[in-house]
Design a protein around this ligand. Structure first.
Ligand SMILES: *[C@@H]1O[C@H](CO)[C@@H](O)[C@H](O)[C@H]1NC(C)=O
Length: 215
């Protein structure tokens, strides 16, 4: 019985370690020192005696983002770059504004699951599972609804209402990263060769040239 129990404890510990996605902090905080020359996984810590309330504070989510762009949406991040107190804590936030018809285009976060709460408006949301199923999971959100976009899966949101929409997202990393599919594929610097993309997308180089000119 004791042996079964201890095996269970060991198994639980193994699973705990295997599932932890960010190293747990070993101190109260490690406010990012953006000027440090020390190279670590994340940012080096500011001297704790110099840390101020401002290091844990960000007022950049008060205002609507500037949606005057081709997709009609704007993500305003509160990641470690904007809020240095988040360093090592494995959490961050973003505000997303959408005009009617506005789209937060297909993208993924290489380091975070996203939990979106719709504060205002109506959103069509969805994500696609990995190969080979590539199942498209989609629904419509109304004010107050919550939807989760699992880590590293391609997802989007579109405002299908007649008024502006506003969402707030929690992300499971202080530095989630954003890979926008169109920008990564058609807007890389330098360009990926047109013939490679033409073959990948089963089309011709004129179509690819047109897409590359837009990103
Ligand atoms: C919003 O973005 C557009 C396009 O980049 C720019 O022309 C405009 O000045 C910006 N508006 C404000 C209020 O910053």
């Amino acid at each position: 019985m004791a042996r079964v129990f201890s095996s269970f404890v060991i198994l639980a510990l193994v699973f705990y370690v295997a599932m932890a996605s960010e190293p747990s902090p070993l101190q109260d905080f490690c406010v990012a020192d953006m000027d440090s020359q020390v190279l670590v996984n994340g940012f080096a810590c500011k001297d704790p005696s110099l840390v101020q309330a401002d290091d844990f504070y960000f007022d950049g989510l008060r205002m609507m983002g500037n949606t005057s762009n081709p997709v009609g949406s704007k993500v305003t991040p509160a990641f470690v770059q904007e809020l240095p107190g988040l360093n090592t804590l494995g959490i961050s936030m973003a505000r997303v504004d959408y005009i009617p018809g506005g789209l937060n285009p297909p993208h993924y976060h290489p380091r975070a699951t996203e939990l979106l709460t719709l504060l205002e408006g109506t959103l069509e949301v969805g994500f696609v599972t990995s190969n080979p199923e590539n199942r498209f999971i989609t629904t419509v959100l109304h004010k107050g609804d919550v939807f989760v976009f699992p880590k590293r899966l391609v997802h989007f949101q579109r405002n299908i209402g007649k008024t502006n929409a506003r969402a707030i997202s929690g992300l499971s990393s202080q530095n989630p990263g954003i890979v926008t599919i169109a920008n990564a594929v058609f807007g890389s610097k330098p360009d990926i060769s047109m013939d490679i993309l033409a073959k990948a997308f089963q089309t011709n180089t004129d179509v690819i040239a047109n897409l590359q000119s837009k990103f």
